[in-house]
Design a protein around this ligand. Structure first.
Ligand SMILES: CC(C)(COP(=O)(O)OP(=O)(O)OC[C@H]1O[C@@H](n2cnc3c(N)ncnc32)[C@H](O)[C@@H]1OP(=O)(O)O)[C@@H](O)C(=O)NCCC(=O)NCCS
Length: 173
């Protein structure tokens, strides 16, 4: 793997642009990650600026992968949870640019996110991912427990329902 993984504590404009590139590439490739196609640069950068605010407040943790061309992958932890779930975080927006896929970047991001969660005092992680997608295989082979499938949960970027599979990871187990 030719990527360097790090946690980002503060996002500058270059990071927002690089992360928008990755998000646009994933939506263009058909990933169901909250956005419909076509995803404009303006909407993508607006999304990452909201994430930047959450990161600065400590409500989210952001991990990125960088290769020779810049940011090529990312994943987030939603740290801010209800007061009766302080031990839990949601894992969200696991995205790898098509140029960097199938080299272990996704697995490395997942490992780094789990380490970051432990450092933040979290012991339980939860996520959902498109049923039958590349993410589902990644989580299943990385020790995550499959809870079940919710049919017709979201739309693909071009339209048409997709199911989602819910997973959890006990970081103490
Ligand atoms: C899901 C996603 C993050 C995986 O990223 P990735 O960097 O390709 O993940 P990895 O490289 O760790 O694993 C992908 C595959 O490459 C294989 N692989 C890893 N390193 C490899 C190497 N050096 N040589 C060949 N194959 C390799 C893995 O075994 C895995 O195989 P599989 O697809 O048969 O399961 C990426 O496909 C993506 O961004 N998809 C769109 C967004 C999305 O759906 N995200 C999930 C939302 S929760």
């Amino acid at each position: 793997m030719n990527a360097f993984i790090r946690r980002v504590m503060r996002m500058d404009d270059e990071a927002v642009r690089g992360l928008a590139d990755v998000l646009i590439d994933c939506v263009d490739a058909g990933a169901s990650v909250s956005f419909m196609a076509p995803l404009t640069r303006e909407r993508a950068e607006a999304f990452w600026r909201r994430v930047a605010s959450d990161v600065e407040r400590g409500d989210r943790a952001l991990v990125v992968a960088e290769d020779g061309s810049g940011i090529c992958g990312t994943v987030q932890l939603v740290l801010a949870q209800p007061e009766n779930q302080p031990h839990r975080a949601d894992l969200a927006k696991m995205l790898v640019h098509r140029r960097a896929r199938k080299q272990g970047v996704g697995a490395a991001l997942l490992h780094a996110a789990e380490d970051t969660a432990r450092q933040c005092g979290k012991t339980l992680l939860v996520l959902d991912t498109v049923t039958g997608g590349d993410g589902e295989r990644l989580y299943a082979r990385s020790g995550w427990q499959r809870v079940g499938v919710i049919p017709n949960y979201a739309l693909f970027p071009g339209g048409g329902f997709c199911a989602t599979t819910v997973f959890y990871r006990d970081l103490e187990g």
